[in-house]
Design a protein around this ligand. Structure first.
Ligand code: CA
Length: 306
C-alpha cells in the first residue's frame, strides 16, 4: 500500500491541472509515451490525437504495463485508484473544462467499459455529452440510413458527424433526471435552440414498451417544441417499424421518408437523422412550418433541478 500512496501522491503533483484523461494541450498527445511524459502513469484508456489530411482527429488508445504505465491498487475505501466519469458533467466536476473528445464510463452494469464521446463544456454552463451531431460542412459525410442494430450501437466519428447509440443514450439518461439541449442551423444560416428540462430514453427491452421509448418535456427555446409530438414513441429504423403509422416512416427513399432512425409517430414533426440537403433533415417550429437544416446537435446532462 505504501507504493500505492506514493504513486497517488506523485499523480497529484504532476496532473493537478488535468484530473481527467486528457492534458490541456491535448494535441501534443500522440501515444502512450507522450501521455507518460505528461505525468499520467496509470494503466487505462486515453485520448490521443493524429493529424489526418491537416485535420486533428482524436482516437482512444489503451496504455498498459509494457508502455511503462503502472497498475495502481485500489484505495482502502474500495474505489479504483483511477478517477473515471460517467458523463461529461462529471468530467467537468473533476476540472476538465475543454470542449472536445473525452472518455466516459456510462454503463452502470459495465463500469469498466469506456467510450469516446464529444463534450461541450462551454454552452449554457457546459457539462453536456453530445449524443448526435450533424454538420454538412464535413468532407466525408456519414450515412444516417442505418439499421436498428447500428442505431443501438452508435456509428460515425466523434471528430465529425455521428450518432452515439441508443444503448449509450439509455445509460446516460437512466440513473438521474437529465436535460436535453438541441441546437440547429438552418439553410439560411440562422441558429436556434430547443431546451427540455426532462429527457429520457427507455431500455431496449421493457415490458409493454417499444424499444428505446422517448420521454421529453418542459420545453423552452427559439425553434419550437419539435420533439413534443414524439413523446412516448419507440425507435424506428429502415429495418424495424415501431411507429403508429400504417406505413413505415423510416423506410428509405421511395417507400417513405429519408431513412434515418428516429422516434417516429405518424410520421414526424422534427427529424435530425434525415439525409443532408433534404426536407427530411428538419426541425418543426409551429403548425405547417419547419426549418430545413444544415447542422444540428443534441446533447444531455444531469439536470440541475430535481
Ligand atoms: Ca408503421
Amino acid at each position: 500500500m505504501k507504493l500505492t500512496y506514493y504513486i497517488l501522491g506523485l499523480l497529484a503533483l504532476v496532473t493537478s491541472d488535468a484530473t481527467g484523461n486528457q492534458a490541456e494541450d491535448g494535441s501534443s498527445l500522440k501515444n502512450c509515451q507522450n501521455i507518460r511524459e505528461k505525468g499520467f502513469v496509470e494503466v487505462g484508456h486515453y485520448v490521443v490525437y493524429n493529424t489526418v489530411n491537416n485535420t486533428v482527429e482524436a482516437i482512444m488508445i489503451h496504455c498498459d504495463e509494457k508502455d511503462g504505465m503502472l497498475q495502481l491498487m485500489d484505495k482502502e475505501d474500495g474505489t479504483a485508484g483511477r478517477s473515471v466519469a460517467r458523463n461529461c458533467k462529471e468530467l467537468q466536476d473533476q476540472g476538465v473544462s475543454d470542449d472536445g473528445p473525452n472518455i466516459i464510463y456510462p454503463f452502470s452494469n459495465h463500469p469498466d467499459t469506456p467510450i469516446l464521446v464529444l463534450c461541450d463544456q462551454t454552452t449554457r454552463g457546459g457539462g453536456w455529452t453530445v449524443i448526435i451531431r450533424r454538420d454538412d460542412s464535413y468532407d466525408d459525410l456519414t450515412d444516417f440510413g442505418r439499421t436498428f442494430e447500428e442505431y443501438a450501437a452508435g456509428f460515425g466519428d466523434v471528430n465529425y458527424d455521428f450518432y452515439i447509440g441508443n444503448h449509450v443514450i439509455h445509460a446516460l439518461t437512466n440513473p438521474s433526471q437529465n436535460e436535453l439541449l438541441v441546437t440547429t442551423e438552418d439553410t439560411d444560416g440562422e441558429t436556434g435552440y430547443a431546451h427540455y428540462q426532462y429527457f429520457h430514453i427507455g431500455d431496449r427491452d421493457e415490458w409493454d414498451l417499444k424499444p428505446y421509448t422517448m420521454s421529453v418535456g418542459l420545453y423552452t427555446g427559439t425553434i419550437g417544441d419539435g420533439l413534443g409530438y414524439h413523446v412516448g414513441m419507440g425507435f424506428s429504423t429502415i429495418d424495424q417499424d415501431n411507429d403508429i403509422s400504417v406505413g413505415d416512416c423510416a423506410a428509405p427513399w421511395g417507400g417513405g421518408y429519408g431513412g434515418g432512425g428516429w422516434w417516429y409517430r405518424a410520421c414526424y414533426h422534427a427529424c435530425l437523422t434525415g439525409p443532408y440537403g433534404t426536407m427530411d433533415f428538419r426541425w418543426y417550429s409551429e403548425a405547417g412550418s419547419y426549418y430545413v437544416l444544415n447542422k444540428a446537435q443534441m446533447m444531455v446532462r444531469p439536470s440541475t433541478c430535481t
